[in-house]
Design a protein around this ligand. Structure first.
Ligand SMILES: Cc1ncc(COP(=O)(O)O)c(C=O)c1O
Length: 413
């Protein structure tokens, strides 16, 4: 089989040229080397992971943080900890990364994708409501680009139907919704500290929750591999668990990054609001709207839509010209549309392969771009760049907007 494999972290942006800042090399907290040295000097006896977990929980204002080697494993552990039945349905944001759904699929739950709200990248209570069935067990929301979903109506809807709500906060770390941090707005949350993320470390992540019982189960399933100590025997595996533990050295870097994150997020918020105002002045350009309930926009990627009638080029051509003009990493994110990207799932659903063979097997599941027409159409004209970062100053916002305006002028219909 011949494949072109996806690239991650610094590798994914290697070779990018342009006049705007790039997150790599990452800004590293001043204490990183000291914490790493502590791990080495202690002969690996330091509890750097525990220190990071306590510090992160304190900064976020939650009771528990369970560190993992990424958000994909964090959400996989969370999915396993739920203990739902194969074939149970989980409602998931349709515009996201594979890491959001990997654990759900491995647990043989069935992901159900509502559409997005018109003109946005996020789902809402209004788009979720028609997807709820007697098999729905939970809702997993993603705060895409860092824009927090309107959580109060989602939580109210979930409460009416007895559903659990969880957050994927990979792109919204320390963003605020009406005075509350993303990650404190539901039962539990998954975070990513991947090198390219806002709190960029060396491939890390965590789950957070206020629920003591869930926290214990997450550690049991995710770190102790579902192993219990039985007297006169030893380890018995009473659940099929994982060994998704963060390393001491990653914890050292992540702790140092945590110490510098909050001013960085405030800066991202200020700069993206400035950029949004500038982009809104360009005819035919619609920046991603920032709802009033987003108090701090912890923006991971900048983006805007083009009005199709205003230009003679496609979204893809516009993005390519923008990247060439100097907005490094500008491109489209059609692959974020999970029902279109999960081609193996469509195949399983069509052939009714387990868990799609589970009762009620009469229900038909479809996964394609047409599953979420609003999201499909939005992504057709959406252009984004994930090189937006805390290094942006006012002058960079102005330059980025100027480059967008120049490409827009060249392509006016
Ligand atoms: C929304 C979202 N969820 C999950 C993930 C997966 O995170 P990780 O790379 O830490 O496994 C990502 C990473 O891009 C993401 O953006």
């Amino acid at each position: 089989m011949s494949t072109t494999r996806a690239q991650y972290g610094a590798q994914a942006v290697a070779g990018l040229r342009g006049s705007l800042p790039n997150p790599f090399p990452r800004t590293i907290g001043p204490n990183a080397a000291r914490y790493l040295q502590e791990v080495v000097d202690s002969g690996l006896t330091s509890d750097m992971v525990g220190r990071f977990e306590k510090a992160f929980a304190k900064e976020l204002g939650v009771k528990h943080c369970i560190a993992t080697p990424g958000c994909t494993p964090a959400l996989a552990v969370l999915a396993a900890a739920f203990g739902f039945e194969p074939g149970d349905e989980i409602i998931v944001s349709p515009v996201t990364d594979y890491g959001t759904v990997q654990g759900l699929i491995r647990e043989n739950y069935i992901p159900v994708f509502p559409d997005t709200e018109p003109g946005t990248v996020n789902m809402s209570a209004r788009t979720i409501a028609p997807c709820i069935t007697d098999r729905t067990r939970a809702i997993l929301v993603v705060h895409k680009t860092g824009l927090i979903c309107d959580m109060d109506p989602i939580n109210e809807l979930a409460a009416r139907h007895g559903l659990i709500v969880c957050e994927d906060v990979c792109q919204a770390v320390f963003g605020k919704y009406q005075g509350r941090y993303a990650g404190t707005l539901a039962l539990a949350a998954g975070f990513s500290f991947d090198s390219e993320k806002t709190l960029g470390s060396d491939v890390g992540g965590c789950v957070t929750t206020d629920d003591d019982g869930l926290a214990e189960r997450l550690r049991f399933i995710g770190q102790s591999r579902g192993g219990e100590m039985i007297p006169h025997f030893g380890r018995a595996h009473t659940a099929p668990g994982y060994a998704h533990r963060m390393t001491q050295s990653t914890a050292a870097i992540t702790l140092a990054q945590l110490e510098i994150i909050k001013p960085q997020v405030e800066k991202r918020d200020r700069m993206i609001r400035r950029l949004t105002r500038l982009l809104a002045e360009i005819p035919g350009i619609i920046p991603l709207p920032i709802p009033d309930y987003v108090e701090v926009y912890s923006c991971w990627m900048a983006g805007f839509s083009i009005e199709p009638a205003a230009f003679k080029c496609s979204g893809e051509e516009f993005a390519a010209q923008l990247a060439k003009a100097g907005v490094s990493g500008a491109g489209q994110g059609k692959y974020y549309l999970m029902p279109a990207a999960l081609t193996f799932l469509q195949e399983k659903a069509e052939k009714k392969i387990y868990p799609f063979s589970q009762p009620p097997a009469s229900r038909a599941y479809h996964y394609s771009a047409d599953t979420c027409p609003q999201a499909r159409d939005f992504l057709e004209h959406f252009i984004r760049w994930s090189t937006f970062c805390e290094k942006y100053e006012e002058e960079h916002c102005e330059l980025a907007a100027q480059l967008v305006a120049e490409v827009a002028e060249e392509n006016r219909a």
